[in-house]
Design a binder for this molecule. Structure first.
Ligand code: FRU
Length: 479
């Protein structure tokens, strides 16, 4: 939603109790609230931040502007979880309350060090002429959620980048802390900078080099770069804005992509043997995915179900955006898979054989198998009159199509109303998680993923098999 700059950057303390009450009441009116996904209490949620393991629990913050569905003065809102399925907001917030983050506590990462959580983030600072100074700054969070910001800036804007320099990700590689940061060069190309913590002191970062990941620079900015390791192979996850479509076929305003690499040469800032760039998600919205390697080694990721510069039907209710389910990465036959953590099964409260359903509460999981050599079509969010979210799984021609054109309130249609990807021509499975206005589809246990919003209108809650003979289960889910 377009709101004037003075509204979006109004100091938090200037919002009256009455204004906040009205925003809360408006949010409560929405018919589209998710039940088992993280949503902001109010305002806009965007990137996952600080995804980490701290004090015996998983920590996940999100970017938030709490006063409406717009990108304003951002803070980090803290949630925690023991099972990566149930998340609880704790009340701890990293606020933009310091000269080094005066115009927003932008995205970043976290790592537990000696009993405290180190937060590494971008302080968005603007001067009176609205000229931006992107500062990479730090803070400690203790087990009670108390935040203590560092006095000194950790990394200043280098001379070879524009104002677009942000989203530090700290990671531990062989016992040494490194960080990668998204950047734009002076000739407006996206790239990634690599730093190393001298003597593992997170207050002392030394530049190693511009990360060579076999990128072409056809994008104009790389946001939210992340390096995680799966079976010792580095996986680079990133959001390249403006990527040339000759490099990668994508339809969303900006893609969220990855490369599988063979090894990491930390001395020369090089990812060796990087694959072609690939879409991380084929749905209508998944962006700014953040990942980290948990202490048990698992590579866990979570995505913003939303996109920059897109208006959503929830905007009228003063909120926007959700977090995806937490997904675990694995490599199978050299292919990256993403699949919700096993504990997601604890949400299943009923189980029945899959068939047409006139009515559901739009809170369910389907676990389906589609036979080889057949084109199956399903309508989710179906109203019984042919409208709904149409999912085509065509194992004869090797294609999946998700068509949103007849599903609920239409928005962002400039970017098309269908999404598709190719699959192998063979028996195919799909696990489909529906949560009121969110759908996450995992093909072949995460070989391909479609993450999307759907904003159903009245009575759009059925499931209809249009063609084909998928078999499987319907599970009602409860948080
Ligand atoms: C990505 C992003 C980040 C930035 C944050 C600000 O969605 O633009 O690059 O740090 O959002 O909210």
């Amino acid at each position: 939603m377009n709101l004037p700059t003075e509204v979006r950057y109004r100091p938090y303390a200037d919002w009256s109790e009455d204004e906040i009450k009205q925003i809360n009441e408006n949010v409560a009116r929405s018919p589209w609230h998710a039940t088992y996904h993280i949503e902001p209490k109010t305002g806009l949620l965007n990137d996952p931040n600080g995804f980490s393991f701290f004090n015996g629990k998983f920590t996940l913050f999100f970017q938030n502007w709490p006063f409406g569905a717009a990108h304003g003065l951002k803070s980090w809102v803290h949630t925690e979880s023991t099972d990566l399925v149930h998340f609880k907001e704790t009340g701890a917030i990293l606020l933009p309350d310091n000269p080094h983050d005066s115009h927003g506590a932008y995205s970043g990462s976290a790592f537990e060090i000696d009993g405290r959580l180190f937060l590494f983030y971008t302080g968005n600072v603007r001067d009176e002429n609205w000229v931006r100074d992107p500062l990479q700054v730090g803070a400690w969070m203790d087990a009670d959620g108390k935040i203590e910001k560092f006095d000194d800036v950790l990394i200043q804007q280098p001379s070879d980048v524009t104002e677009h320099f942000r989203d530090p990700q700290i990671f531990d590689y062989k016992g040494q802390f490194y960080a990668i940061i998204g950047a734009q060069s002076l000739d407006k190309k996206g790239f990634i900078k690599l730093y190393k913590a001298e003597n593992n002191d997170v207050k002392n970062w030394k530049f190693i080099g511009n990360l060579d990941f076999g990128g072409t620079g056809s994008e104009y900015m790389i946001e939210c770069p992340n390096l995680v390791f799966v079976d010792d192979k580095p996986i680079l996850l990133y959001s390249p804005q403006g990527l040339d479509k000759s490099e990668l076929d994508y339809q969303n305003i900006y893609p969220n992509t990855y490369k599988i690499c063979q090894s990491f040469d930390s001395t020369h800032a090089k990812l060796i043997g990087a694959s072609q760039i690939q879409n991380l998600d084929y749905g209508f919205e998944a962006y700014a995915t953040q990942g980290f390697n948990a202490p048990d080694g698992r590579a866990l990721i979570v995505s913003w179900i939303g996109l920059p510069d897109v208006d959503y039907p929830t905007d009228q209710y003063d909120y926007q955006g959700a977090m995806s389910l937490v997904k675990e990465l694995s490599l199978k036959n050299g292919k990256l898979h993403q699949y919700p953590v096993d504990a997601i099964k604890t949400l299943r409260i009923t189980s029945e054989t899959f068939s047409n359903k006139v009515k559901t509460n739009n809170t369910y999981e389907l676990e389906l198998t589609f036979p080889a050599g057949e084109k199956s079509e399903l309508l989710l969010f179906s109203d019984g009159e042919g409208n709904g979210l149409r999912l085509t799984i065509d194992t004869e021609n090797g294609q999946i199509i998700l068509d949103r054109s007849q599903a609920g309130i239409q928005y962002a249609t400039d970017f098309g109303t269908t999404r598709q990807c190719d699959i192998d021509k063979k028996e195919t499975t799909a696990n489909i998680f529906v949560d009121k206005s969110i759908v996450e589809i995992f093909i072949n246990k995460g070989e391909k993923v479609f993450t999307s919003r759907v904003f159903p209108e009245n009575e759009q809650n059925g499931i209809q098999i249009i063609s084909g003979q998928p078999t499987g289960k319907y599970f009602e889910l409860k948080y």
